[in-house]
Design a protein around this ligand. Structure first.
Ligand code: PRP
Ligand code: ZN
Length: 306
């Protein structure tokens, strides 16, 4: 095996391999690794846990701080990165002169919101009240642009962490921070005033592109990712029904136009199988039962290639 310990955070020289950066530890790390596993990628973990070498596939992994991922993409250290939309947009607003990042696929996890919060006992009741006040945030560019849209001009101070303690320290009147469960706000006696921005994890690439060989790999991964996302959103439904209920049943199956229909041996009922492209709720099953369906099974779809 080659020595992979040489200066990894330098631009990728190619050699037919691409690099994907994901968060090393935190809210997005586990699901990010799961996505890559679903794409059929396996990695040999290195001791320093920063660089994992791709087995079977010329795709290597960088495990880094999520906040560093946009910069690593822009600097050519990696070709793909999984990061929150909030972080990607913060960097893009901050580096307006550069060609920036492209969002390739939203990933449906890591949902959170960038919100303005103030001390529970403060008299501030709306974002408009923040005009001329001090706001602490780790996302100054994003916060400034969202406040400007609301016609509010506040003085922003950038903190790289522990933003939530700024009001009690007396260094800010409000904060603009990510909220996921709301636990951090409650623990610091802060109330959420307004949501500025909704975010989730997404796969990003560089707007300036990559060479042809790398692009072929990126395209392959994107096509697989598309299949993974579709499979995740899909369910395979099987049921029995009276033949004359087929039309109603088809209408009731979410996201289905042409189900497979099979006769049931020795019965006037049929078996119906379909891939539902939309969420299947209990209400759907109850409605199917009401028009005569029985033996209804809903199964997860593991892989899909259209
Ligand atoms: C965010 C934010 C809060 C926490 C809120 O940090 O800065 O600390 O999440 O989550 P809660 O509403 O569930 O309490 P993030 O996950 O981005 O971690 P980081 O600051 O270490 O990047
Ligand atoms: Zn972070």
């Amino acid at each position: 095996m080659k020595n992979h310990n040489t200066n990894r955070l330098t631009p990728n020289q190619g050699n037919g391999r691409i690099r994907v950066a994901i968060q090393k530890s935190g809210r997005l790390s586990e699901r990010s690794q799961e996505v890559l596993k679903n794409l059929g990628l396996r990695f040999a973990r290195s001791k320093d846990k920063l660089f994992w070498y791709g087995q079977d596939f010329p795709v290597d992994l960088l495990l880094v701080r999520d906040d560093d991922i946009p910069r690593l993409l822009l600097d050519g250290v990696c070709e793909l990165g999984i990061v929150g939309e909030n972080i990607a947009n913060e960097v893009m607003l901050d580096r307006e002169s550069e060609s920036g990042l492209v969002q390739l696929q939203k990933l449906g996890f890591g949902h959170c919101r960038l919100s303005i919060a103030v001390p529970e006992d403060s008299g501030i009741t709306s974002v408009a009240d923040l005009d001329g006040l001090r706001i602490a945030t780790s996302y100054p560019a994003l916060t400034r642009s969202l406040l400007e849209k609301r016609g509010v001009s506040a003085s922003l101070s950038e903190l790289s962490g522990a933003v939530e303690i700024a009001p009690s320290m007396g260094t800010a009147d409000a904060i603009s921070d990510l909220v996921s469960t709301g636990t951090t706000l409650r623990a610091n006696h802060l109330k959420e005033l307004e949501v500025l921005y909704q975010s989730e994890a997404a796969l990003y690439g560089r707007a300036s592109g990559v060479n042809e060989e790398m692009q072929a790999l990126v395209d392959l991964l994107l096509s697989r990712l598309n299949g993974v996302m579709q499979a995740m959103a899909s369910k395979y439904v099987m049921l029995h029904a009276p033949r004359d209920a087929l039309e109603k049943i088809t209408e009731l199956l979410p996201g289905v136009e042409h189900p497979s229909v099979m006769p049931l041996e020795g019965s006037d009922r049929i078996a119906v199988h379909a891939v539902c492209g939309e969420k299947v709720f209990w209400e759907h099953l109850e409605a199917l039962k009401a028009v005569g369906a029985s033996a209804i099974l809903v199964l997860p779809v593991e892989k899909m290639l259209a």
